[in-house]
Design a protein around this ligand. Structure first.
Ligand code: S3P
Ligand code: PEP
Length: 438
């Protein structure tokens, strides 16, 4: 379907940010591993988080939608796969990565697969890191990608992994480690990208009763001690139980980036509720970015206010820790005065699409002047009307729709926002930006 602008009127107002996708995945997975019954409030029900609910049910958790919350009757770590064939995780990289280690806690084999995009996501480093922990996995197409067969038996012990491809591998081992036979010592070798997602993992593990986790920085012997990037991170997780709890999912800064960018580009002001000042989400970084580009940001305890005159200026920005902001920032750059340099996001090439490539190709279709780099891009402000394609990437569809504020733009395969932000059209409409799917 084509996503396009229907009407624009009085941009601004007040909206609630949708629930965090990352915390929703983690909440249902941890509640499924826990002893007892959890109540999960304000869960995100998007295509991706539904994949996590589906696999947790297949492995034995009882999950029921109640009035106002999701009830999860946990397994106390005793998983059994009731699914005969592969479990379909659709487009969700987080579910595939987190559940690869968790599936090894099942007393029978599990096969995880997904759509054509998910089958391109790298898995080799995680599979290799699980081996020393006694976990046997097999890529059924022999390409280190899904479908992945995971065999039962999770001993634990010591392992290491490179941190430069996906932090989801590290979150995966951390989440499963307390239920291994003897606990896990995990060494993360530099560079460690997307690190805030691991802080989020650790944050919610504590809410579900995990106490015995220690994290250290170690210096690599052969490295120059002065050099920050030579630091190795070590996590020590003892064997222990997850305990059920009542948990409310906070708002999502990545989804909110589209709401805030709308005001920044157009001009006007808005309040976005459900965004917490103390959040561990790395994508909070969007607030600094918008401020540096010329918007005014006021941070409340549980909301953000933005005011903009609509005249944005270019910046230099390193997105190593906030790769999901890439396409939002690229669109802001295309609508700003001057040349914005985006660096640090080579790992955005292995997401739903190669986001550096797809973003550059689609911006070029709109006449944008840019240079593509291995780990980012330089974008000089200035675009015109045109037709672009989402390539089946939810973030591309949502971010590019904002260009519709100033130019006639149509996005083919535009319905894909359901992956992370099912109420995208309704929420944008509340701010006066009416989109439609035709
Ligand atoms: O753990 C998570 O919830 C996520 C981690 C990030 O991936 P990488 O660690 O692969 O960058 C991010 O891009 C993804 O949308 C969600
Ligand atoms: C990369 C993303 O998600 P995932 O890795 O879960 O597919 C995303 O939401 O932008």
């Amino acid at each position: 379907m084509i996503l396009k602008v229907k009407n624009i009127s009085n941009i601004g107002g007040e909206v609630k940010a949708p629930p965090s996708k990352s915390y929703s995945h983690r909440a249902v997975i941890l509640a499924s591993l826990a002893k007892g019954t959890s109540k999960l409030y304000d869960m995100l029900f998007s295509e991706d988080t539904l994949a996590s609910i589906r696999v947790c049910k297949a492995l034995g958790a009882q999950i029921n939608k109640k009035d106002g919350y999701l009830e999860v009757i946990g397994t106390n770590g005793r998983l059994h796969n009731s699914c005969d064939g592969p479990i379909d995780l659709a487009n969700s990289g987080t579910t595939l990565r987190l559940m690869t280690s968790v599936s090894a806690l099942s007393d029978n084999e599990v096969i995880l697969t997904g759509d054509e995009s998910l089958k391109t996501r790298p898995m080799g480093l995680l599979m290799d890191a699980l081996k020393p922990l006694g976990v046997e996995t097999e890529s059924l197409n022999g390409d280190d990608k899904a479908p992945i067969l995971i065999k039962p038996g999770y001993l634990g012990g010591e392992t290491n992994i490179m941190g430069n491809v996906s932090s989801q591998f590290i979150s995966s081992i951390l989440i499963s480690a307390p239920l291994s036979k003897c606990g896990v010592n995990l060494y993360v070798l530099p560079e460690f990208k997307s690190k805030p997602y691991v802080y989020m993992t650790w944050d919610i593990m504590r809410k579900f009763g995990i106490r015995s986790v220690k994290a250290y920085y170690l210096k690599h012997d052969s490295c120059n001690q002065e050099h920050q990037s030579c630091r190795i991170d070590e996590f020590k997780i003892k064997k222990q139980e997850y305990i059920a709890c009542d948990y409310t999912v906070e708002g999502d800064y990545s989804s909110a980036s589209y709401l805030l960018a709308l005001i920044a580009i157009n001009g006007g002001s808005a309040r976005v509720k459900n965004l917490f000042r103390t959040s561990k989400q790395g994508d909070k970084f969007i607030l600094d970015i918008l401020q540096r580009m010329g918007a005014t940001i006021v941070r409340g305890d549980d909301y953000v206010e933005i005011t903009s005159k609509g005249n944005l200026k270019a910046i230099d920005v390193d997105l190593s820790n906030a790769p999901d902001l890439l396409i939002t920032v690229a669109v802001l750059a295309a609508m700003a005065e001057g040349t914005t340099n985006i660096t640090g996001v080579a790992h955005a090439r292995v997401k739903e699409t190669d986001r550096i490539d797809t973003t550059c190709r689609e911006l070029e279709k709109l006449g944008c002047c840019l240079e593509e780099h291995e780990d980012g891009m330089s974008i000089t402000g200035g675009v015109s009307s045109g037709v672009v394609d989402s390539h089946g990437d939810h973030r591309l569809a949502m971010a590019f729709s904002l260009i519709g504020l100033k130019h006639d733009i149509k996005i083919t395969n535009g319905e894909i926002f359901d992956v992370s932000f099912p109420d995208f059209i309704e929420t944008m409409a509340k701010l006066g930006f009416e989109l439609e799917l035709v």
